[in-house]
Ligand binder design. Sequence first.
Ligand code: AMP
Ligand code: GLY
Length: 462
Amino acid sequence: MNILVIGSGGREHALCWAFAQSKRVGKIFCAPGNAGIAEVAECIPIKPEEIERLAGLALEKEIGLTFVGGETALALGIVDAFESRGLKIIGASKKAAQLEASKAFAKDFMKRCGVPTAEYALANSSARAVSILESGVFGGPGAPVVVKADGLAAGKGVVVAADRAEAVAAIKDLGSVAGSEAASKIVLEECLTGREVSLLMFADGEDFVLMTPTRDHKRIGEGDTGPNTGGMGTFTDSSLLSEDQLAEITETIIRPTLRGCIAEGFPFRGILFLGLMMEDNSDPMQKPARQQGLSTNVDHHALTDVRASAGRSKLLEYNVRFGDPETQSILVRLETDLVEICEAMLEGKLNETDIHWRPGSSATVVLAADGYPQSPRKGDVISGLETAAAVPGVTIFHAGTSRNAEGELVTSGGRVLGITAAAESLDGALRQAYKGVDVISWNGMQYRRDIGRPIPSTAGSA
Ligand code: AMP
Ligand code: GLY
């Protein structure tokens, strides 16, 4: 079977790598791909938003299965377009992609389905958002509040503001930072505290199979400091969520979500990614400000009972795709053939499919270009990759790489490489990944040395 993977980052390299392990796979194509992906797939220079051209490519190359990496093409309806031509494709439909493409839609959906989440209010203009804040809905002027652009904003649409003044400033800047279309609606949220965990699953519309829980490190600097990025590293480890927590998340978040998708006419088929906040503070007395601050003077809001849900897992967001760099850490532990899992998703047979994971842990350390995340520099020559690839347990996934006129591998994006390792323990995975990191270099290469280490329990790290 020929495979087409859509996208160009580390996530897509990991997907191509996983498909390349399958005995069922003939040729792999990736659009547009990158220099690392070119080692396992034929890269075709078509962008994810060029849906018609991609469908044409799938027909021409006799693609048996297309896998969509990122949210942009999903939100534009690539799955609907491919399916209307009889092409098999894995990803969320256009309607289901609203769970990620509109934060207002997602919050209202969570509320309709009774999924525990942060309290929120929606505003149709920045003036309205400011007046909602001033009404004191999320506590007094000193209380933190989260300001979000409704639409897709490539990670730039969320500000965790320390107090009301910072939130007002964020509201005013949102259009220029996230784009005026994304910011045409604004979501204000109560600021949750706790430990963030990403939980992804394969879903076939009715049933789901969980992947191993993951943790992302979003800030550029060690100790979780500095600006937010697309993700500087991830790890998987069973200690991230207990069996009890998984059972609770299944009952309070996953089942209501999948039932809600069916009830509202968009059964969820594809990869569903839950961004969770595990509230480790189960003492309701520690949350008086939000309790007192509630008011009904808003356009529209959800009054979750904070006391009843204190200490529980709450849903921060849905993503309708694999994460980057979560995917790299997850897929190196997948033992089952990815093609079989995709077929089970398409046929609604996930409940009959055993999916096996390699026991232990894994870690991915992202190596970023000089100037990332503000203005990454391109064109720096990368050295040491072959030595790094020879470190036992290490797999290297390219994100922003290309070849220069001399054929040398150079940086061509913010996040350049992910060094992934799987091992029996998290310490072992981290040790091997950093052995790989230590032999790679280019001018201005940046990375965090504390991937996989505890992050202080904080308000979200956006
Ligand atoms: P989102 O895209 O909605 O997940 O937001 C991106 C990041 O912002 C999350 O991963 C969190 O770190 C942070 N965040 C979002 N919503 C909240 C919230 N209500 N409370 C605290 N942190 C949040
Ligand atoms: N690493 C976060 C994401 O892919 O959304």
